[in-house]
Design a protein around this ligand. Structure first.
Ligand code: PHE
Length: 370
């Protein structure tokens, strides 16, 4: 560290002090130009010295040498009073400019040393080194899977529709046949913004908005974020869903099975069979949970499928007439099916990921694999 103490500076150069004068008996020059030159020189030397500082103690000592009570700049400023009155204002102004400039430079240097931020001192730049390649970003695995899902449904003739994340209670629940205080609300732990406004717990409200705005036929999918008060190895408070809706005359459960089978074969493979289990959703009747043959063990039973050989991936069913009535569709004429799936769940199965939280930890090593 000692080598950093050998900086040439005014305070260590008695000749210069004597030249301009000091408190040790010598008179100051009464020449404004000399004063200016002296200040400029002090400034230059101090700024040069600051560049060589490598540790905090040295930085503090150097600052004291220049700006401390007995510092060079302080001495110069004090001696302005010995100049002829007409020269004092300009000399004072200049003195303060220099002082401020140095305070700023010392401030920066001290801050950099204290925080460990800032440029390392004295590092040479080798312009002959080859450039470092820029790291390129890529789409997040969830975005990739969401796009793959949407592409499959687009090829099947579905249009993509989006809606608000902050949703009215009416669209998220009531219009979907989930009245206030109905026990079915417990199925989805909800973030309430106010009594009437929620973070949507699924993307189904988009379907209501679409039906409200147009008559049948409807053939849409609604991808987007959904929110529920839930957090563990298979749940995050924010997750993604794609929901589908097809309404027309003569739509049957067979159409639902056909569309979902095609979808599963395309997003996984032709070998992946499906099964429909009876279930309950307030907005569909009949309702089903759709399982796929475990993509890991192919039905033999493993840890991922809890030894059942099957994986639950979707909720689906025929749209409940109560929902059609809410949006003014003729329930005698039209039928329809709806389904909904979690995108994270599909991505986890596709890539064999066990913890859903990995998607949202911003771990480059994890994300780079996709
Ligand atoms: N909205 C349901 C959910 O998020 C999924 C679903 C959609 C079920 C459409 C049936 C029909 O749990």
């Amino acid at each position: 560290m000692l080598r950093f103490f050998t900086v040439p500076c005014l305070a260590l150069n008695p000749n210069l002090i004597l030249e301009i004068g000091s408190n040790n008996g010598c008179r100051f020059t009464k020449n404004e130009t000399a004063m200016k030159e002296a200040l400029e020189k002090v400034k230059r030397e101090a700024l040069e010295a600051i560049k060589t500082i490598a540790d905090l103690a040295r930085a503090k000592a150097l600052k004291a040498q220049y700006l401390g009570r007995k510092g060079v700049v302080t001495a110069l400023l004090r001696n302005i009073s010995t100049l002829p009155p007409e020269e004092r204002p300009e000399a004072g102004r200049l003195g303060n400019v220099v002082k401020q400039r140095l305070e700023e430079a010392f401030g920066k240097a001290l801050h950099a040393l204290e925080t460990g931020l800032g440029e390392p001192r004295g590092e040479a730049l080798d312009v002959t080194l080859p450039g470092r390649p820029l790291a390129r970003g890529r789409t997040h695995p969830i975005t990739q899977v969401a796009r793959a899902i949407c592409e499959i449904f687009e090829r099947l003739g579905f249009a993509i529709v989006e809606g608000p994340d902050v949703e009215l209670d009416y669209y998220n629940f009531e219009a979907l046949n989930i009245p206030r205080d109905h026990p079915a609300r417990d199925m989805q732990d909800t973030f309430y913004i106010s009594d009437n406004v929620v973070l949507r717990t699924h993307t189904s409200p988009i379907q209501v908005r679409v039906m409200e705005s147009q008559p049948p036929p409807v053939c849409i999918i609604a991808p987007g974020k959904a929110y529920r008060v839930d957090s563990d190895i298979s749940h995050t408070p924010m997750f993604h869903q794609v929901e589908g809706l097809m309404v027309q005359e003569n739509i049957s459960f067979g159409d639902l099975k056909g569309i979902l089978t095609t979808f599963v074969h395309q997003i996984f493979d032709e070998e992946t069979s499906l099964r429909f289990r009876p279930s309950f959703f307030p907005f569909t009747e009949p309702s089903a949970e759709v399982d796929i043959l475990c993509v890991i063990c192919r039905g033999k039973g493993c840890r991922v499928c809890s030894r059942t050989g099957w994986l639950e991936v979707l909720g689906a069913g025929m749209v409940h007439p109560a929902v059609f009535e809410m949006v003014g569709y003729d329930t005698d004429r039209y039928t329809g099916f709806a389904f909904g799936m979690g995108i994270e769940r599909i991505a986890m199965l596709k890539y064999g990921i066990e913890d859903i939280r990995k998607f949202y930890e911003n771990d480059i090593k994890f994300l780079e694999q996709f």
